[in-house]
Design a protein around this ligand. Sequence first.
Ligand code: NAD
Length: 542
Amino acid sequence: MSNSISTVPIAVNEPVRAYAAGSSERESLLAAYKKMYNQEPIEIPMYIGAEKVYTDNKKKLSSPHDHQKVIATYNAGEKKHIEQAIEAALKAKKAWADLPWEDRASVFLRAADLLAGPFRDKLNAATMLAQSKNVFQAEIDAACELIDFFRFNVQYMTEIYKQQPESLPGVWNRLEYRPLEGFIFALSPFNFTSIAANLSAAPAMMGNVIVWKPAETQIYSAQVLMEIFQAAGLPDGVINMVTVSGKDASDVIFKHRDFTGLHFTGSTEVFRELWKGISNNLENFRSYPRIVGETGGKDFIMVHESANAAEVATAISRGAFEFQGQKCSAASRAYIPANLWDDVKRITVEQVSSFKMGSPEDTSNFFNAVISEKAFDRIAGYIDFVKSAPDAEIIVGGNYNKSKGYFIEPTVVVTTNPKFKTMVEEIFGPVMTIYVYEPAKFEETMQLLDETSEYALTGSIFANDRYAVRLALKALENAAGNFYINDKPTGAVVGQQPFGGARGSGTNDKAGSSMNLLRWVSARTIKETLVPASDYKYPFLG
Ligand code: NAD
């Protein structure tokens, strides 16, 4: 037993590699990509306890930008595999929870260093290949954000443990932060490899055990994540990865007495369904489950007449279209004052028309494919709707083609109707809708913005007038959990901008902060009296 009060390495953000032309880092990443692309399709098992589980139900995975090319098969499981995963998690629980926190910290610090070093190319290339991210988008997600999640969360964990109550003379008060009693269900989306890992890793770091179901379209990089966890020494059964349908998984899990928490990122609709599933089974659980969900967005750019047109246009180009608009934080509606409109329009159209679209293997492509045929059809449906609407027009983009990959041009729509369908609904694709307003109606337009959508995830104000910034901060205080001044509303960095939104966008438990980690512990207060009383009579009785 070590008797020490340890400190952990101070977390700093992982530097983002530039992958400049001719650099060895670029060569090495592209070589990893080509190897994965050209090799025989790999077979991805489920990871349950110490077992790699294979089934007779093999399903194919392909690249969104090259959907005829099969890159892997995965083993689709059934309800019985969820039961096995729960059993494996509960079996692993005691030893993992009893381990000194330094050992848990060490596993994730090792994972961070393994990812920063030997696994970096592999995870980035997997994310490029299977989720169609360009080199830069893969680097800031799969490598940097995940390394940051691991390192900063270790630091936040110790900050939580350090929070202790006051003790008066004669008494010693303490707080213990136990893991939750039972197992956690981590249910992850396709769009961020880092989020997929963190949904399991954050509760696991706090001593919990996990049943993790990744999105089907993220299974390829999910397997690399399991390899990293194993290489870092995570004991078997702490994180169990199952490739079962979400419905089957939640059917089994939400009836289990030991289900103790849901860590979800995904769409609002699914989250609401999950919450209902949990509520319907409340009397079956040993404890009230913790429910953490980060969900959809209809993220905005609000522009004041004092803003700079080129800065606004660039925020639209980058904020709406990086990773094909498939970031929960992607800007998808903008409110532009009429005095700036001609310039904003001209520069936006110039910039967006200059994007190159294609495979991430060609690093000159800013823009790649959307994730799946289902997503392609949904987004194309919105574009068709715009084409037939009398109160909207497309000023750039509007074409799509799925013959080789799921390619949809970055599309900018202008509408005269501030409540137009694409101003209101989350599309989750490369479609930005703009409403042009009279500059004198700045405050009125912000009120309109606030009332237009059910979401409140991210948003930004562009203004050089400081009074306008202050007005926006107040008027839009409930409209976004992450608010940006003179910046695009995407690109939150762990440790710098804790992430999450309220209203329809989630429980706002701020991924990448101690607020999130606190949800995965249950505190026990201990009061110890140093010399207990030996007579019941208080002085006032005398
Ligand atoms: P999704 O809701 O379709 O899927 C998320 C997960 O839930 C997947 O693993 C999926 O298989 C599973 N699932 C789907 N239907 C289910 C059901 N009926 N029962 C149980 N499980 C089910 O989301 P997605 O398409 O993977 O990701 C995109 C969504 O995620 C967008 O709405 C986006 O805004 C949101 N998102 C939010 C954040 C955030 O931090 N707020 C971050 C990333 C993504």
